[in-house]
Design a protein around this ligand. Structure first.
Ligand code: ATP
Length: 283
């Protein structure tokens, strides 16, 4: 038997940091949503007790550094599964991009192994397991649109985001999330209005939503990679309704209600960057 799971990318419509906790993590408030740019995870049982990772990406680690490997190992250990599994990752989400690609692969592996090994775990149980693999994994287990707090592991679903088109641009730089967070200073922060964003989504109010996007990490990553600012400027110039960096970056996304606008932004940015995607939000 073969199980296939989609692993969609996530975007931060808002990302706020409240304070640094004693355990070293930042206490976060984020509104996250998924888009239809997705990796595909295929899972197959193996007779030998081993985890084999195959991937279309030439650069991903195939051993215990791979987040999908970590998810499978955790499932095997927690439920004392003696079978092995082959995990094939068809990679479409840019790596180290602020789109939670690795976390989404781990989440899809948890959902898929739950089916393959008939464990009958709920999504809540899978999300609790996912928190042990990484902070973004619990959100990725559920997908959809959610208010996410804690270090990223507390999830409250807040309804369906107003549907729109999304243009994603991944500049040719990799960003380390840890380095960006360590440069965060609470004195200079301009906090996004998270409550207004949640209300906009609950009221399905697109105009309110685009006015309330915000990310406290954006200025830090822009200081290191000024191209992000230029990409945002171009997106707005080509007609995007809003433009923001996702996560710790470097990916920038534009929101467009009209497809014609999204196409204009896509075509305009294609001349400037190699990695440009035109996708939809997911329900
Ligand atoms: P986040 O938004 O959660 O911070 P990200 O989009 O910035 O994530 P990822 O694409 O998840 O970053 O990659 C971060 C690191 O994790 C990379 O160094 C990559 O080598 C490693 N990694 C391990 N497994 C995977 C995987 N299955 N897919 C992508 N990256 C992986």
């Amino acid at each position: 038997m073969e199980i296939i799971e989609k692993a969609p990318a996530k975007l931060n419509l808002t990302l706020d940091a409240l304070y640094k906790r004693e355990d070293g993590y930042h206490e976060l408030e984020m509104v996250m949503t998924t888009v239809d740019l997705a990796d595909h995870i295929t899972l197959k049982n193996l007779p030998e007790d081993e985890i084999i990772i195959r991937t279309t990406s030439g650069v991903l680690p195939l051993d215990k550094r791979n987040h999908a490997f970590q998810a499978a190992k955790l499932m095997k250990e927690t439920f004392q599964i003696k079978k092995g599994v082959e995990i094939t990752i068809e990679k479409k989400i840019p790596i180290a991009a602020g789109l939670a690609g690795g976390s989404s692969d781990a989440a899809a592996t948890l959902r898929g192994l739950n089916r393959l090994w008939e464990l009958n775990l709920s999504l809540d149980e899978l999300a609790d397991l996912g928190a042990k693999v990484g902070s973004d994994v619990p959100f990725c287990v559920y997908g959809g649109t959610a208010f996410v707090t804690g270090r990223g592991d507390q999830i409250q679903h807040i309804g369906t985001m107003p549907q729109c088109w999304v243009v994603l641009v991944k500049p040719r730089v990799g960003v380390s999330t840890g380095t960006v967070f360590s440069a965060l200073s609470f004195e200079e922060l301009v906090h996004p209005n998270t409550n207004e964003m949640i209300a906009a989504i609950q009221n399905e109010d697109y105009q309110e939503m685009i006015q309330n996007v915000g990310n406290v990490l954006e200025h830090i990553t822009i200081a290191r990679h000024p191209d992000i600012e230029r990409i945002k400027y171009k997106m707005l110039k080509f007609g995007a309704d809003a433009a923001l960096m996702s996560g710790s970056g470097p990916t920038v996304f534009a929101l467009c209600e009209k497809y014609s606008r999204a196409q204009r932004v896509y075509n305009g940015l294609k001349g400037f960057c190699k990695e440009v995607y035109l996708v939809r939000t997911l329900k």
